[in-house]
Design a protein. Structure first.
Length: 496
């Protein structure tokens, strides 16, 4: 039948055209209640580092005292100047059509010394203005309480390694709930325990760069989990009935793929050391650290001559106190690594020796590594792993993004977002993972920590040489806007 033949030819053409467009051919649509947003953090965008009563935090201190530790010797003194330009930022959000905006509070704007007395009302007022304007624009607020800018005075007391941190943090959280709770639908207690502890206290990559791997990182994580649970319980008992918000934690989880089939145990061990260590106490039904993490650290500690494990122990009460303290799982995801078993005989105390495995991005060439940096199947595998390992939690993707070096027509970023969103849809529809929201990191180019301003993750370009810090939409901003508007991943050439 000629009609039938024409139809077949048409279908084949459609399939070829789809593959030609980078395989975004599945055409799933996002579920009706699925949410889209973008994210930023206080130190990375606000600037105004010593204005209106704000106190010094670890990143002010670190960048001012050790400028050479930042790739381009810059800092967040001015950054995107969002302290003065928040109205413009909210216009961008409106333009994109996002459901929510994830941003963080600067602790020392609210308590300049870090200690929970003497609230700085100018700081409160700044966040009030943002929250009111978001509400006026129908944009839901998602607020991170702690995105790395710790009060410097608390750092001098040992920061997160001091158990007293828990009480100071809880009072800070209480103040935030009191002042802002009526307008915040989603709270995140901490951004990324792994980066917060392993990179800042273990390694020397992020402020305060203590470099006490295998000791300070575990102490930090231990207190972080308790502080998180304390804030959760406080919200749960005192504020939830009044404000009906949700409270959770954001955990960064890269995917670790075995390099060889026999490396599966090693790859899973790396997953457990990177994020299982912080997920398991909160999201598993038994609570506490993962067995494999406890076992490897204990063995290694004893070989190194320690009388007890370097990993602190939770009491049974603490295990119960921490278990179940997150209304959903906030997940930050960027890359996929390959992992292999690596038995180390070194007796040097280090987080990395404890793991007895090594891992790497499959290409180390930063300038030309899209095949290594765009690995959508790794994202999908991660989502499935989380579903299977932690009783199928609701997953709120709180960050996902891609850096380049500043193209306005940022096709690499579009390719990244397109493919990761497709993978996410496959996880929802094929693997039945409960993914409820997606957050693009980040709204605009900003201070990328130790990498300064050269590495850019924004979907809006910011001109940092212009004192006015103008924001310009990149191609990816149109792409994201289109995804949100159409609730499906629309191919690039139909967007720009
Ligand atoms: C997040 O950290 C942070 O929450 C956020 O503040 C930060 O701006 C964002 O990621 C981007 O870094 O492996 O060579 O491709 C997560 C740690 C470290 C993840 C750098 C992405 C990319 C480097 N990030 N990594 S590479």
């Amino acid at each position: 039948m000629p009609l039938f033949n024409m139809f077949s030819v048409f279908i084949i053409l459609v399939i070829f055209a789809a593959f030609d467009r980078g395989c975004w051919a599945i055409n799933y649509t996002f579920p009706d209640n699925f949410l889209f947003g973008t994210a930023t953090s206080s130190y990375q965008i606000e600037g105004a580092w010593n204005e209106s009563g704000k106190g010094e935090n670890t990143w002010d201190w670190y960048t001012h005292n050790y400028p050479e530790r930042i790739l381009d010797r810059t800092n967040g003194d001015i950054a995107c100047d969002s302290y003065h330009k928040y109205e413009e930022d909210i216009k961008l959000l409106k333009e994109l059509g996002v459901d929510f905006y994830r941003f963080s509070l600067s602790w020392t704007r609210i308590f300049p010394s870090g200690f929970p007395n003497n609230v700085n009302y100018e700081g409160i007022n700044y966040y009030n203005k943002i929250l009111n304007l978001l509400a006026a624009n129908n944009i839901t607020a998602m607020v991170t309480l702690f995105h790395w800018d710790l009060p410097q005075r608390l750092m001098e007391l040992g920061g997160l390694t001091n158990p007293r941190f828990i009480a100071f943090y809880t009072e800070y959280a209480r103040t935030a709930f009191e002042f802002f709770g009526d307008r915040v639908k989603y709270w995140l207690t901490f951004n990324e325990p792994f980066q917060t502890c392993m990179f800042s206290y273990g390694d020397t990559r992020l402020a305060p760069a203590l470099g006490m791997s295998g000791i300070a990182d575990y102490l930090c994580g231990h207190n972080l989990l308790k502080a998180h649970a304390a804030a959760y319980h406080l919200y749960n008992t005192t504020y939830r009935s009044k404000y009906e918000g949700k409270i959770a934690i954001s955990i960064s989880a890269e995917w670790f793929e075995p390099n060889n089939t026999y490396d599966e145990a090693a790859a899973d061990r790396v997953r457990q050391f990177w994020y299982g260590i912080h997920m398991h106490p909160i999201f598993s039904s038994e609570g506490d650290y993962p067995e494999v993490v406890k076992e490897y650290i204990a063995t290694q500690s004893s070989l190194e001559g320690y009388k007890r494990s370097r990993l602190p122990q939770f009491t049974p009460d603490e295990i119960n106190y921490i278990k179940g303290t997150s209304d959903f799982m906030g997940l930050n995801h960027y890359n996929t690594y390959l992992a292999t078993n690596a038995s180390s005989t070194s007796l040097e105390t280090s987080y990395y020796n404890d793991i007895q495995a090594s891992y790497w991005l499959s290409s180390s060439n930063m300038e030309d590594s899209d095949t290594a940096r765009i690995v959508p199947w790794g994202f999908r595998k991660l989502l499935v792993w989380v579903k299977n390992t932690f009783n199928d939690p609701e997953i709120f993707v709180t960050e996902n993004g891609y850096y380049d070096f500043g193209d306005i027509d940022d096709r690499g970023r579009i390719s990244f977002y397109g493919q990761y969103l497709e993978a996410l849809l496959e996880a929802i529809y094929i693997d039945n993972v409960k993914v409820i929201a997606y957050t693009a990191w980040t709204l605009m180019d900003n201070f990328e920590w130790n990498l300064g301003y050269e590495y850019k993750y924004g979907i809006y370009y910011v001109n940092f040489t212009d004192p006015d810090r103008p924001r310009i939409p990149k191609s990816s901003a149109y792409f994201i806007k289109n995804v949100i508007g159409n609730r499906t991943v629309v191919s690039y050439d139909r967007v720009v």
